[in-house]
Structure formats: C-alpha cells, structure tokens
Design a protein around this ligand. Structure first.
Ligand code: GNR
Ligand code: NI
Length: 173
C-alpha cells in the first residue's frame, strides 16, 4: 500500500470528465486500496480517482466521524445518482485538492446512488447527511466539478489565487 500524491487546484485534470471503469482487475483493487490509505492519511472523508491523477469513475469514502466507531471504508465504481431529495442541506465543505479552504455549499439532503463494488456487484443505497453531501461532492469530481464551482465568482477567484500562490510556494520548496 502507498500514499498517493493529491493534485492541487488549479489543475486541468481536475476539470475533466472521467471515463467509466471497464475491467475490475487487480490493478483497480490496488488503486482503491491506495486511495483509501491516502484518504485516511490526509485525513479526509472522501477521495475521487482524478484527485490522484487517475481519470476513471471511482471514489472512496468513509464519513464515520466518531473517534471510537468502527471505520466504514467504501469503494464506489461507476457511481450514478438515481434520485435526489427536494429538501436541501448546507454543509461547510472542504476538498483535499483545495487545502484549508472551506465554504458553505447547498445540495440535496438525500441522494440515492447506484454503483459497483470491487467484486463487480451492483449496489444501490440512499445516503443521508454527510454521506449524501460527500457522495455528491465525489461524483462532481468525476465530472470535473469542484465545490468552489458553486460559489460566487469573486469568492471562487479568491480561492483559486490562493491555490496558485500555494502551488508556487510548494514548487519552490
Ligand atoms: O475530506 C473532505 N471533507 C468534506 C467535507 C464536507 C464536504 C465534502 C468533503 S469531501 C473532502 C475530501 C475530498 O476532497 N474529497 O473529494
Ligand atoms: Ni474534493
């Protein structure tokens, strides 16, 4: 297992629509393992493949917050939103590709998602609360969309400028 480098916005790869996963093979299982390790290490509650430069439709998540609760690692392959609630929910969102920047985003409070697991079996589940927000945030990544795309242009621009500066500083060491 290994921790993968996470792409930081702005990066053209974070704006692309990802391709469906074809074969669920050994390499894909290794990628999912590494994505989970990378997510827990960050730490984060979700991580989409394009954030580690893999332009495929899969993400991992674990939204269990309590320190002592059992972890609930999930791998969702070719996920599709099949239904969203009319009632909305606002969360202070963050993103591992936009470090240390947080903003309120309104999304449907519940979402039904259909996906394949690592054994190729189909699942469909209704997610609530943080799980609903996180799954929608991750599926947005697969479609080249970031949470800052929901913000007013001025705020988005401010965050993007900070990230450009951060990347410049990171590159200089
Ligand atoms: O770790 C994360 N926290 C989070 C908080 C509120 C809404 C969404 C998220 S997802 C984020 C990890 C991430 O960037 N996933 O793509
Ligand atoms: Ni994100």
């Amino acid at each position: 297992m290994s921790i993968l480098p996470i792409l930081i916005h702005p990066d053209p790869r974070l704006k692309k629509v990802c391709a469906p996963v074809g074969e669920i093979d050994k390499d894909l299982r290794a990628l999912a393992d590494n994505m989970l390790e990378t997510m827990y290490d960050a730490p984060g509650i979700g991580l989409a493949a394009p954030q580690v430069g893999v332009m495929k439709r899969l993400f991992v998540m674990d939204c269990v917050k309590e320190e002592n609760a059992a972890p609930q690692p999930m791998v969702l392959i070719n996920p599709e939103v099949t239904w969203v609630s009319d009632d909305m929910n606002t969360y202070e969102e963050g993103c591992l590709s936009i470090p240390d920047q947080y903003a309120e985003v309104e999304r449907p409070a519940q979402a039904r998602v259909r996906w394949l697991d690592l054994d190729g079996r189909q699942h469909e589940e209704q997610f609530d609360k943080l799980w609903a927000t996180c799954s929608q945030h991750e599926i947005d990544h697969l479609n080249g969309k970031l949470f800052i795309d929901y913000l007013k242009p001025l705020k988005r621009q401010m965050i993007t400028r900070k990230m450009v500066k951060l990347k410049r500083e990171m590159a200089r060491g």
